[in-house]
Design a protein around this ligand. Structure first.
Ligand SMILES: [Zn+2]
Length: 353
């Protein structure tokens, strides 16, 4: 969610290595796959190769690796050896599913580590490791193998990490033996409020989520197991249609989607999701109203849970459900995005009047 004006401002700050911008933004460099702090001493990238982020987590999820020179994951004046130790451990095995218990093996006290990490980057070590792992898996979907090979040429040693991170989350691509299996494809596209991941086959869409969505990794794994299929980077017809429709939605010119969807869930979940699709563009409902319209006035908690299990963001508009007191309630893609989507739709309706 970085405006064009901010981008220009950030780029000037980057060129001038302005220390006032420390902690305000991070810059990902597309040609190298590395992200830096504003004051990095490395040669400055061309503006068209820059991607700006407000948090380190977003940069990691967008597949960038922390720069070895400016160490964007350490405080500029106080490089915590503990934090560095943990970051290095993750870089050695980025595909690993790091857990709290791993601290013991690194001879690090878990609660100290959590405090240090949280204080510096606003995320825990386990969150950091997850963002890095997911980022590596997304990288293949984002840019294909070319960029990965380029990075390996730049001297990153963990080549197996790059491959493993992808297949651990997306499944190993089929061998020749079972190549006749239908493949499920994953595609990545950017929106005004952050990148989205789409998963679909030749018939319909299975998943559409913001890349930083809570629980995305388990959603993908669940989907993979249900479909008995690996997920490989690529585009199918429904994904192509989806990308076009999402673009028009963000431009404010599309309200009703025609992209075919698979809504796989329990009968109750399916009912809830169909109900969501009947909330008109630009309007909101409370969880209670939603439950009432399903003739289940007492089930608003169960309804809220089913909303949370929705795997097709925006098109199944769970963002249109808020608390009855006006609070936004939860949103897997983050509360700021929910607010943005609600405002976006309301503004478009107003403009029309
Ligand atoms: Zn740097």
């Amino acid at each position: 969610m970085i405006s064009e004006v901010e981008k220009k401002d950030f780029y000037q700050a980057l060129i001038h290595k302005d220390p006032c911008y420390e902690g305000i933004f991070y810059v990902g460099v597309r040609s190298t796959g590395i992200f830096c702090r504003p004051t990095c001493s490395a040669r400055k990238p061309k503006v068209e190769n820059c991607e700006f982020f407000k948090t380190a987590e977003e940069a990691l999820l967008a597949s960038y690796r922390p720069c070895l020179r400016c160490r964007p994951l350490s405080h500029p004046n106080l490089v915590s050896p503990l934090v560095q130790l943990l970051v290095n451990a993750v870089e050695k095995e980025p595909e690993k599913h790091w857990r709290e218990a791993d601290f013991d093996q690194l001879a690090v006290d878990a609660s100290t580590a959590r405090r240090h990490f949280k204080k510096r980057f606003g995320m825990t070590f386990v969150q950091y490791a997850r963002a890095r792992r997911m980022g590596l898996a997304f990288q293949k979907i984002r840019s294909g193998d070319l960029v990965i090979n380029a990075q390996l040429d730049c001297g990153y040693e963990s080549s197996s990490g790059f491959r493993d991170a992808f297949s651990k989350i997306m499944g190993a691509p089929p061998t020749k033996k079972n190549a006749q299996l239908t493949l499920v494809r994953a595609h990545w596209f950017d929106t005004k409020i952050g990148p989205m991941l789409a998963i679909g086959d030749e018939k319909a869409i299975h998943l559409l989520e913001f890349s930083g969505r809570r629980g995305l990794e388990s959603e993908i794994k669940e989907l993979r197991h249900k479909l008995h299929s690996a997920i490989v980077p690529g585009i199918t017809e429904p994904i192509q249609l989806l990308a076009r429709e999402i673009q028009l939605y963000f431009e404010g010119t599309l309200r009703e989607f025609t992209t075919p969807l698979y809504m796989s869930g329990t009968p109750f979940q399916q009912e809830v999701w169909k109900g969501l699709q009947s909330i008109p563009y630009g309007e909101t409902r409370s969880y209670k109203e939603q439950a009432c319209s399903l003739q289940k006035p007492l089930a608003h908690r169960a309804v809220a849970n089913a909303n949370g299990r929705n795997k097709i963001a925006i098109i199944i508009p769970c963002h249109r459900v808020v608390r009855s007191n006006g609070d936004l309630g939860g949103y897997g893609g983050g509360i700021n995005r929910k607010q943005w989507l609600i405002d976006h739709e309301k503004n478009n309706i107003l403009e029309e009047r």
